[in-house]
Each structure stands twice: as C-alpha cells, then as structure tokens.
Design a protein around this ligand. Structure first.
Ligand SMILES: [Mn+2]
Length: 430
C-alpha cells in the first residue's frame, strides 16, 4: 500500500503521546464502568465507523466574492485522492472518497480505481453536477436542469446522471447523489407545479438506470443559487421524491441546507421512521449554508443528530443504513487539517451518542421527567471521549494527534513544491 505520510513520523509522534493516552483511557474507562459502560465496546464501534471525504473538499473553497487558493492545491483527482489518503492514514475514520463528475472525470477509470486501491481508499456515492455548465456541453443549465422547461436540456441532465452511474459502477460505488440548483429568483418566474412535475419525470429516467444494488439520494436545499424558490427545497419535498421514485430512492440531509433554527434531528428521526434516510452531508453553520467545519459552531446539534442515529442503530430500525459524508468548504484553513478535524468531530458525536443511557432516557420520557431526560443526554454529551477516539486511531495505525502529526510530516510543503500554485477563482461548494 502507498503511504503518503512516512510511518516513522507517525510512530515518533505517537510515541511521545502514548503513555499519557493510556492513562487517560484507563481513567475514562473507570468512570464509564461506574455508569455501566464498557469502554472497549464503545472504542470498537468508533473504530469501525467511517465518514466519506468529498474529493472537492481537499481543494480550497471560496465564496461568491472570492477564492484565495492555498499552497499545493491538488491539480486533479489523482492529487485529490492522495490528499484524501493522508486524512485516512492519520484519522483512520475516512476510508472512502466521494467523487464529483465532471470535476473528477478521467480518461482511464481503471487507473483511478487502481490508485484508490493502492492508497487503501474505496469510492463512496457519486455526485452529479447539473448546477453549472461544463465547458463542452451543448445546452446551458442557467435556467435549470432536471426541471428545465426545455425537454432537450432535461434529457441532457438525465444523460449526465446516467454517465455518473456508469463511472461509479466501474469504480465500485453503490450510490448516486443528486443535488440540483434549479429554482427561481423571482415570484412568478416558474410554475412550482410544472417544474416539480418535470423534475420527477426526469428523475424517474435516472432511477430506471440504477443498477439493482444501487441507491439514489436526493439532496434538498432551501435556497442558493436560486434565491426565491428551489425545486427541491426541503425534506418534505425530498420525501415526496423518494416516495414517488421507489425503494431505491432516499433523502440526503445536508446539515447546512435548512432554515436557521430548524430542528434537523427531528427531520432525521422522521426519515428513519419512514425508511427514507439515505445519508448525510456533514458541515456546520451559523447563518445559512455556511459550509463551515463540522462541529465548529454547534457540536450539540451534531450530537443530537447522532443521538437519533444511535437510537435507530440500537433498536435495529428497519431499512436503516445511511451513508455519511463530509461536505464543507475550507476558505481559510488547510483543507486536510479541516477534514481531519471534522472526521474526528463526527466520530466524537457518534461516541458521545453511544454513551446515552437509553433505558434511563426512555423511563424519564415515559414518566414525563423533562429535566432528567434532557440531563441524560447532557451527561453523554459532556463526557470527554477524546481518549476513546485517540486510542482507536493508535490501534489502527493512525495518529494520536492527527493535525500535529500532519504538520510535523511537512506534507503540505512537499506537495506545494510539486504542484503549481492555482490561480483559479472558482468555487466548488455543494
Ligand atoms: Mn451537500
């Protein structure tokens, strides 16, 4: 296997931290044992957990106003998956990469698959793009894609999605995620009903092209790039789509794609209940679709989402198998560092949710003890599970301290010397 970070760098960094970690792990293990929790069981679950990294996430993001490229930005998908493998090597929490077509289109898919194998990475859901125009495409998506008023433009968007399925098939992916930017900027600009009819009609053609063991995830988003109405604007519409299309269709929840203060964990519970939760795009936000690092603003909300996921996992909810992916934009940080921290934050929320005393919680709920019910969640959330996460990484050949180890490795300076500085002002936020 190709290792992007030399093993001796990781070993040296870990050696300096192992004694303290062992003490912390033992101490936490004793505290958890008093609560009837076996720390090794939690650690094993955390070690088995993985979140996919989006290929576009390792490039520097931007806003509508500007993009400030970083040093050593990946030039193509081969560079991107090398960066992704650094994240996986150090965190051991990101075993797969989610590709985006056409950004990651290659002439030789086999070569890409082999590169992924060599780096120990698998391929997660494929992402189509009909929210911008590719340089060589015949018809523009300026006024929409799968819901466009023009049949030929809709067909072009359908064909693109089918091409994404074909590429994904060759790579071993099992799912297609569809997010469209279709919508309107002015009241009256489009017919809500007709555009949704056209969208459903087009998506039925995409659905028909899915291999038997594939799923399709539709991703809702309240606004942007359309600022008045969006065709797939909320989880209600998304649920209707999944219902209309059939059993292989599920809803994808991007944490940033809701109105402020919306109760996302409750949406997650509803979708689980009706077997339509397909997966997540994790990120965080303060005002809108900010695409900030996962867990950087409201880690409690992330925990509450994971509380619903662990609840479903514990009671073995039927049809529950969501896919997890990070989807965020790194404007001022080294993307590799942000993605490592975000993968850790997702694992942390999972570990904390595993600590919830579900039997006690159920008792408080049934007894209408609001205070103790919420305290039960807080007791889990307040627990510092870092020793569990770090021990899982150490035992899996990862780094106790991923960011410190990454900085020590000099990886960014090394790739900066090989990769020419990017002048591109393009974005890359979905
Ligand atoms: Mn997304």
């Amino acid at each position: 296997m190709t290792l992007m970070i030399a093993k001796d760098v990781i070993d040296a960094e870990n050696a300096a931290r192992t004694a303290a970690l062992k003490e912390d792990y033992k101490g936490l293990g004793e505290r958890l044992a008093r609560r009837g929790i076996d720390i090794d069981t939690v650690k094993a679950k955390v070690a088995a957990y993985g979140v996919a990294v989006p290929s576009w996430g390792v490039g520097t993001g931007g806003t509508r106003f500007a993009r400030f490229p970083g040093k050593g930005e990946p030039r193509n998908i081969f560079d991107k998956i090398e960066d992704c493998s650094v994240i996986q090597q150090l965190t051991r929490a990101t075993p797969t990469v989610s590709l985006h077509i056409p950004w990651d289109k290659v002439s030789d898919i086999k070569e890409l698959k082999e590169k992924g194998n060599a780096l120990g990475l698998g391929f997660d859901a494929m992402n189509s793009n009909t929210f911008s125009d590719a340089p060589d495409q015949a018809l523009s998506y300026k006024y929409g894609s799968l819901s466009h008023a023009d049949a030929a433009t809709r067909q072009q968007a359908v064909d693109h999605n089918i091409e994404c399925i074909e590429i994904g098939r060759a790579l071993g992916s099992k799912a297609l995620t569809v997010w469209i930017g279709d919508g309107s900027n002015f009241p009256g600009q489009t017919s809500f009903t007709k555009s949704f009819e056209r969208y459903l009609d087009a998506m039925k053609k995409v659905y028909a092209a899915l291999p038997g063991d594939w799923k399709v995830f539709t991703e809702h988003k309240m606004f942007e790039p359309a600022f008045y109405s969006t065709v797939v604007q909320d989880w209600g519409t998304n649920y209707l789509i999944a219902q209309e299309l059939g059993p292989k269709a599920h809803c994808l929840v991007d944490l940033g794609h809701h109105a402020p203060n919306v109760n996302i964990e409750m949406i997650v519970a509803r979708l689980i209940q009706f077997k339509k939760l397909g997966g997540f795009h994790f990120n965080d936000s303060k005002y809108g679709d900010d695409d900030l690092d996962t867990g950087s603003i409201d880690p409690y909300r992330l925990f509450l989402v994971f509380n619903e996921l662990v609840d479903a996992e514990t009671r073995k909810a039927e049809g529950f198998a969501p896919m997890h992916m990070l989807d965020q934009s790194h404007n001022v940080t080294d993307p590799i560092e942000s993605l490592m921290n975000s993968a850790t934050e997702v694992s942390r929320a999972y570990a904390q949710a595993l600590l919830v005393d579900r039997k006690a919680l159920e008792g408080y709920q049934d007894g209408n003890d609001a205070l103790m019910a919420t305290e039960t969640l807080k007791a889990a959330f307040r627990t510092d599970v870092e020793p569990i996460l770090a021990m899982a990484r150490l035992e899996n050949a990862g780094a106790i301290a991923p960011v410190a180890t990454y900085r020590k490795s000099g990886y960014r300076a090394k790739v900066a010397a090989e990769r020419p500085e990017s002048k591109s002002g393009g974005g890359g936020i979905v």
